[in-house]
Design a protein around this ligand. Structure first.
Ligand code: GLU
Length: 419
């Protein structure tokens, strides 16, 4: 029992134990690798529009500081708790290490229902959360970014709040900022773009034609929408899409650019079409070439895994597949090609790294360079995962996580234990 105990943390711990067994890591070394270095809980009081005061609980978990600053997003959602944030921070560590970034993992969050607060209240909450975190973050300590429920505007408020306290503009304190405030070209698209790029690579490996193939995307936020857009541009038919308001299905392929314009103005896919409405509970088990879960964690359990009818499972979300489901997928390896989350959605943090580098150097790159370098890192990590999985006959998730865990372990062991 730890302060993090809960279903999402248990899942991250179970996954880690699978890797630790495979790598034969001694028992007394495991907690040092798994347990977060720091966790901060803060109360964020704000004035509501009606004049009352409300307090929101906020968290930040920094998993390890061995390779450099910690890095990771901030989630605003009503389900957020310290255990979920810790699990997400741990996944960030393996993700950054697999991609070869000089970071440990972190994640933050505020427990808030965004449908119940106004834009002014959101700004107050974002600023207060960052203000409470100032003693614990910094461009060389912990660098925040967007995650579920946060966006470029929230990052601009975070950066502005931190900068006002420093008395100077410190763009490198957060990534995922608007390009007008020190952000990089290509960050907004980066995560979804990476998901689609890797899905395309796998389709080539499997000799599946892009044109006429079908894709299904669960979640139409930043990750799902840009993944859908690129798959659409590659010639796939995106036959179904869902978000928290419902789902749409069209066997001829949805008009993704039009759906993105609709979601940008209305905040969701609701109201796009009455004829195309579909049961969101069935979206994951539709037959398709590419399935992209890009919403919440733990949506694919063992039961769903048995029923998956996709050829490629491209995990856009963090932790969408439970360890029980992994056991099912292990048996179905020849039917379903898994691109595990810590590889599949790592384009986001890779381009966040580029943003941080550009901010530190005050030297900005063309979008073409950002995307070319993003694909280069994703392709290298993909190759490493595949070589390892084939050589050791282990599932893709095991191979990807093992590469990440090994890098963190090597750094910890060579640095030694202080004092
Ligand atoms: N929140 C994203 C993730 O889970 C991005 C993190 C970042 O850019 O630092 O990978």
């Amino acid at each position: 029992m730890t302060v993090y105990s809960g279903p999402v943390f248990e899942m991250a711990a179970n996954q880690f134990n699978v890797i630790a067994n495979y790598l034969e890591i001694p028992m007394d070394e495991r907690d040092r690798l798994l347990m977060p270095k720091r966790a901060v809980t803060v109360s964020c009081p704000i004035h509501r529009d009606d004049g009352t005061t409300a307090v929101f609980e906020g968290y930040r978990v920094q998993h390890h500081l061995t390779l450099g600053p910690t890095k990771g997003g901030t989630r605003f959602a009503p389900t957020v708790d310290i255990g979920e944030v810790a699990a997400l921070a741990i996944w960030m560590s393996w993700k950054c290490a697999l991609a070869g970034l000089p970071y440990g993992g972190a994640k933050g969050g505020v427990n808030v229902d965004l449908s119940k607060i106004s834009r002014r209240e959101l700004e107050a909450l974002s600023r207060r959360y960052m203000q409470e975190m100032i003693p614990f973050v910094g461009p060389h300590t912990d660098v925040m970014a967007p995650d579920m429920g946060t966006n470029e505007q929230v990052m601009a408020w975070f950066m502005d709040t931190y900068s006002m306290y420093q008395g100077q503009t410190v763009t490198e304190i957060v990534t995922g900022k608007p390009v007008s405030s020190g952000g990089t070209l290509g960050r907004r698209e980066a995560t979804g773009r990476g998901v689609a790029h890797l899905a395309k690579r796998v389709m080539k490996e499997l000799s599946i034609n892009l044109s006429g193939s079908t894709a299904v995307v669960q979640g139409f936020g930043n990750v799902g929408s840009y993944a859908a857009l690129d798959l659409h541009h590659f010639g796939l038919k995106v036959i179904a899409v869902s978000d928290h308001t419902g789902a749409l299905f069209d066997e001829r392929g949805l008009d993704i650019p039009a759906l993105m314009r609709h979601a940008a103005t209305h905040g969701s896919i609701a109201g796009f079409s009455n004829q195309l409405q579909f049961d969101p509970a069935q979206i994951l088990t539709l037959p398709c070439e590419v399935l992209v879960p890009a919403a919440l964690e733990r949506v694919i359990d063992a039961g769903v895994a048995e029923k998956l009818r996709c050829r490629v499972l491209a995990e856009g979300a963090n932790g969408p597949t439970t360890p029980d489901a992994d056991l099912v997928l292990e048996k179905r390896q020849d039917e379903v090609f898994l691109i595990p989350d810590i590889l599949c959605n790592s384009g986001g943090v890779v381009v966040s790294y580029f943003e941080w580098v550009q901010d530190l150097q005050q030297l900005f790159w063309e979008e073409e360079e950002v995307t070319r370098r993003e694909y280069q890192i994703l392709d290298r990590a993909f190759d490493q995962m595949l070589v390892r999985a084939r050589a050791d006959k282990v599932p893709h998730r095991t191979a990807a996580m093992a590469i990440g865990v090994e890098k963190v372990r090597a750094a910890k062991n060579t640095r030694g234990l202080f004092p």
